[in-house]
Design a protein around this ligand. Sequence first.
Ligand code: AMP
Length: 176
Amino acid sequence: MTSSTAINLRDYIRDIPDFPKPGIVFKDITPLLADGDAFAASISGLACQMPANVDALVGIESRGFIFGAALAQQTGLGLIPVRKPGKLPADVHGVEYELEYGVDRLEIHRDAVSSGHKVVIVDDLLATGGTMRATVDLIHQLGADVAGCLFVVELAFLNGRKLLQDVPIYSLISYE
Ligand code: AMP
């Protein structure tokens, strides 16, 4: 039994209706971060799902950095940031992806991963899957392999997994 099952992580995630816009129920993970035992349990739970022989973790801006950094420390791996446009200082590779209205873009340093590297991507929450799809594409375009995508929370009713059928997905908490 992992510590994430001893502590019920759902108790530390609250719903904020109509944030950031009407109709969205925002899953607020800040109570989980604020509780040392719950935060540690979430990181242990993610660490249990790490595949073998991973070269690095990739964290997605911005809450993916929080979980990614803690998981990197727990597993002894380094952390590679995937960021919004214009934030990374060196030569970047970027990918554009569709939002409900308009497009967005994510970037990674070109030299952060190389051909044959095996990475695991970390984010706080899987909703429609568009953000993770774009990040998986970034990694693949640089020639590296994605050994898994880890989430703390999954909104299963949005079917984000359908966009991610080519990579292993794991979430600690799923809302049906
Ligand atoms: P998506 O690309 O639709 O899977 O959205 C995932 C990203 O948006 C994650 O980085 C989440 O932090 C954020 N996000 C989307 N929907 C929610 C929600 N209902 N509550 C909290 N964060 C969300």
